[in-house]
Design a protein around this ligand. Structure first.
Ligand code: DC
Length: 229
């Protein structure tokens, strides 16, 4: 039986993953899975439950009781944590840091990885994150690794936060992005890593449209070959 592709997009924060994953999924009529939003949701649940992100036992128990779902209302994608819409609440700088901290816990990674495989294993999906092409779906038919300079990624994040009306400082945002990258790259479990068979795209000086077109050429070429379920 034939199935549609599994597309993995990995890379550091601010490399354009979220925007491109959403646009690519829409262009292909695939499901978009923002795995960072899942770690952010765990981070929010831990924060609300006053759980120390270093307490692996408490985090494992937390993951065993929570539910995370993605729902789409037209073009708008929402994240539900235990049925509550947390799409905005998970996007603060505080939750970025919290997500990075809880994502270093193996029990959290196992729980999220299991959920991601359940969501994606039938194909017709674009998953974006840090370890999709290396750990969650090493067998993904297409793997991208997006890059951009730290200054440009910090600037994008700064604009994004400012557009939401948050009071932020550019230099501090760049420093936070670098700090989070270092934590994501140096952690023991599933660090941010480019898979050997991933195609790297440096988006520093490219427009979103240019990156999207480059990705579409590659995905559509692979799609023509088809794949077995
Ligand atoms: O992509 P993001 O900024 O929303 O991700 C938030 C954090 O979650 C990030 O600092 C690292 C972690 N993460 C991860 O460890 N593995 C993933 N597949 C996705 C995100």
């Amino acid at each position: 039986m034939k199935r549609e592709l599994i597309v993995a997009i990995d890379g550091p924060s601010g490399s354009g993953k979220s925007t491109l994953s959403r646009l690519l999924a829409a262009a292909l009529n695939y499901i978009n899975i923002d795995t960072g939003a899942m770690y952010r949701s765990v981070g929010l649940a831990a924060h609300r439950g006053a759980i120390d992100p270093a307490d692996t036992q408490a985090l494992a128990e937390l993951c065993a009781r929570l539910t995370i779902e993605f729902v789409r209302n037209g073009a708008v994608e929402r994240v539900l944590l235990n049925g509550e819409d947390v799409s905005e609440a998970i996007r603060t700088p505080e939750m970025s840091l919290m997500a990075s901290r809880v994502s270093a816990c193996l029990a959290v990674r196992d729980a999220m990885g299991r959920l991601q495989r359940e969501m994606g294993n039938r194909g017709g999906v674009v998953l974006e994150g840090r370890d999709i092409g290396t750990v969650v779906f090493p067998q993904a038919e297409v793997k991208f690794f997006l890059l951009a300079s730290a200054a440009e990624r910090g600037r994008r994040r700064f604009e994004e936060l400012r557009a939401k009306g948050l009071q932020v400082d550019l230099q501090q945002t760049i420093a936070e992005v670098e700090q989070r990258d270092a934590a994501d790259c140096n952690r023991q479990h599933a660090p941010l890593l480019q898979a050997d068979d991933a195609l790297a795209i440096d988006t520093t000086t490219m427009t979103i449209e240019q990156v999207l077109q480059e990705m579409l050429v590659i995905v559509n070429k692979r799609r023509l070959q088809g794949c077995e379920a």
